[in-house]
Design a protein around this ligand. Structure first.
Ligand SMILES: *Cc1c(COP(=O)(O)O)cnc(C)c1O
Length: 346
């Protein structure tokens, strides 16, 4: 039994999801003639009460398309220092859009309306780039799965309105936030210009993200997706997995959250752990006690068939997901209880 807690992207389609994929009616989606993709796009748009959505092969491409849609070369966007769009999209903000990032020192990957206001360049000061866009992430990835309060997002929207800024939500794990906070997704639709959501993280689909917005923006997004090479043909087989996941895999995210909490609680009691960050969703970030060797620890876990990842700077990450079952969870808790590691003699 190999237990992979490296990411919630490691899941494989369930037998029922595969059946749904086999049965999909498909067409050429580049001509918008794939009925299953069209159904998925309409469904996701309606979840957020927005006009339209567009299927993308990855969350990165959906975010990059949004940034391209909402900026001009030379502009600046505001994001937290941990933002996926800055750290993990291979410099795409600069490569695709010619845009720079003004990074804000937020809390667990989340920024405040006040921080946004302070980061805006004065538009008449022609030495600095135009601030044009604010990007937030919910839940935060590098921030440890933290979730925004809706009020703070509404306050940021207000700052955006006062300064003619666009507002993009990187919602790769928005489903997790919705399950925990029980917010109405339609409220998100009213606050943001564009929202990206992933089907291949917590929801367990093999591929797929969507960008949601108004009809005119999504019409323009078609061209951006094409130029990025993201126009695909009989992609309804993948959209069918997404529709299946929306029907069957959203509410169960609560299980992932419970298991993450139980892991964090246990880590808080063992002597080989330094700090455990608060857990709100399915991500646990922790550090080892002083003097313990991270590489050795990861190896020790590997020998026990448990795989987790390092975020660097002494932070380790565990992510729970659809394929992390209760038997595995029991084994992981038991293993963590029994582990004993010592620092190297000085
Ligand atoms: C995973 C992720 C993405 C997109 O990732 P892809 O691997 O390109 O689908 C975007 N934002 C956040 C916060 C993520 O965690």
């Amino acid at each position: 039994m190999e237990i992979n807690l490296v990411s919630d992207t490691v899941t494989r389609p369930t037998p029922d999801m595969l059946q749904a994929m086999f049965r999909a009616k498909v067409g050429d989606d580049v001509y918008k003639q794939d009925p299953t993709v069209n159904e998925l796009e309409a469904r996701v748009a309606s979840i957020f009460g927005m006009e339209a959505a567009l299927f993308f092969p990855s969350g990165t491409m959906a975010n990059q398309a949004a940034i391209k849609l909402l900026t001009q070369p030379g502009d600046e966007l505001i994001a937290d220092k941990y933002a996926h769009v800055f750290n993990y999209e291979a410099g795409g903000v600069a490569f695709n859009s010619g845009v720079s990032c003004r990074l804000v020192d937020g809390h667990r990957g989340m920024i405040t309306a006040e921080q946004v206001r302070e980061a805006i360049n004065p538009p008449d000061f022609y030495h600095s780039p135009f601030t044009r866009l604010v990007c937030v992430e919910n839940t935060t990835n590098k921030g440890g799965g933290a979730c925004y309060d809706m009020q703070e997002l509404a306050r940021i929207r207000q700052v955006c309105d006062e300064h003619q800024l666009k507002f993009h939500l990187d919602g790769a794990r928005l489903w997790n936030a919705l399950v925990v906070k029980r917010d109405n997704p339609k409220t998100y639709g009213t606050l943001f210009d564009t929202i990206s959501v992933c089907l291949s993280k917590g929801l367990g689909a093999p591929v797929g993200s969507l960008l949601v917005s108004d009809a005119e923006t999504i019409q323009r997004a078609l061209r951006i997706r094409k130029v990025l090479g993201g126009g695909m043909r009989q992609v309804g087989y993948l959209a069918a997995a997404g529709l299946y996941a929306l029907d069957h895999h959203v509410a169960r995210l609560a299980e992932d959250h419970r298991r993450a909490r139980e892991i964090a609680t246990l880590l808080g009691t063992v002597d080989w752990v330094g700090k455990v960050e608060p857990v709100e969703t399915n991500i646990v970030i922790f550090s080892l006690a002083n003097g313990l060797d991270e590489a050795k620890f990861l190896q020790l876990l590997k020998e026990r068939n448990i795989h987790i990842s390092s975020l660097g700077k002494g932070k380790l990450r565990i992510v729970t997901h659809l394929d992390y079952k209760q038997v595995m969870h029991d084994y992981v808790l038991e293993t963590f209880k029994r582990i004993s590691i010592r620092s190297n003699p000085a």
